[in-house]
Design a protein around this ligand. Sequence first.
Ligand code: VG1
Ligand code: CO
Length: 539
Amino acid sequence: MIKTVQTTPYSDQKMGTGGLRKKTKVMMQPNYFENFIQSIFNTIGNLQGKVFVVGGDGRYYNDKAIQQFIKMAAANGVSKLIIGQNGFLSTPASSNVLLKNKTDGGFVFSASHNPGGINGDFGIKYANETGGQIPTSISDKIYENSKHITEYKIFESPDIDLSKIGSSKLGDMQIEIVDPVSDYVEMMQQIFDFESLKQLFKKGFKMKFDAFNAVTGPYAIRIFEEILGAEKGSVINSNPLPDFGGKHPDPNMTYATELLAIMNADDAPDFGAANDGDGDRNMILGKKFFVSPSDSLAILTDYYNIIPAYKNGIYGVAKSCPTSTAVSRVAKAHNLGYYEVPTGWKYFVNLMDSKRITLCGEESFGTGSSHIREKDGIWAVLFWLSIIAKTGMSVEQITRDHWKKYGRSYYLRFDFEGLETTVADKLMADLEAKLPSLAGEKFAGYEVESAHPFIYNDPVDGSSTKNGLIVNFKGGSRIVYRLSGTGSSGATLRVYLENYQTQKLDENPRQMLDEILQAAMEIAEITKRTGKKEADIVT
Ligand code: VG1
Ligand code: CO
């Protein structure tokens, strides 16, 4: 039975950098989730014949949300849903299923690297037929729709059993439950040389992978332990739990404490890695050694031709604006096309579809390629393992070798969290207004060469996006300021600092960035305006 439910709009259903992300309790308000899904359906229009992929990272409220989604899809005339078994699909796996089956879109219920649980966050990522998350032009329409919604449609039925692989029907809609892991594994086997990776582990290579009790556990166990032969226990926190066992599934130096302790011990394994809640981010570690994500992108790009899928050549490479300039030097050396886009993976999609780029990445622990249209955590780990297998070098040697060849971009991101939105907005507006007057000024001994907002003109669809403010110093150092678009409360100011050196390759990043940090604080009047003397999180 199809039921039409009367509803009243919520005013805050605007998608940010990675979809709609809210406190779980906000998402659980009456009709909140349903309003948003109906707004998407309304925006798409006629759903006859449409097929969507659905899954999530297993966090709290996933089970309820997926059931509601299935019933709403059936009531709105969707023809078919492809659903990950038990409601699980990582973001990269979802993009793969979406593209492989040429479906019309995909939904991942996840707040990515944000904590889960009833007191954590919940989110909705919506991709269209490109396999990537929708452009702002579409999310704006959905937002408009959400502000005027008066009713939604839902099929009245008992919950669907998601535990068994196979096909069934709800009303006229077909439901196909698929193994969330197998297609993904197959794709990885097509990209990388699994035989050489098996040899690596046969020789006694040791790794630890932290899945933070989120979605990547089953993928990592299957690939690293069962197929490649890494010893049992190589994957830690591998059991997906609704609250991630209380962990904050953000693979960085602040939250990956368990893995960092393992990798900093004297008996550390050769290699360490972690993924975020929905499996699109990665952190790479060696024995007592951390690889900055911006360096990681540059290093992967430098080694593209050792990977079977890329050995015949790649189109080009792109990074988000705040990501360090390391990859630009590799692009130049290999004579590759090079692009800089605003923060958010969706901006890479057009570049991949138009064959301008193959590889891309962000400083926020995201790297990927055009095999799908999302960043891909396990892909990045397999790429690193491939470089190690090929070169016989350690993570640290590979990275140091890179610095010797190209110089080193010392890089850190400083996050000022929990700011009042009005304070943060004014800080950015005032800073933008004074950028033109900064050229030639000196701060903490650094002279400003140029300062301007980052504006991206998409070469494919002609859209223009302004995101972030850049201050360039003489000598190659720079600051990028921007406000986060993924928070679920208040505002976060992100300050990205880079200091490029060709001779000093072995210094402490924090020290190398200390003066630029002072300059950054001074230029944006951070302490005066926010009361904060230092950043809350440094990654
Ligand atoms: C952050 C990162 C950005 C990333 C986004 C989604 O956005 O900075 O690089 O694309 O999260 O990541 P923001 O607006 O808070 O800086 V994920 O792992 O949610 O998909
Ligand atoms: Co994520």
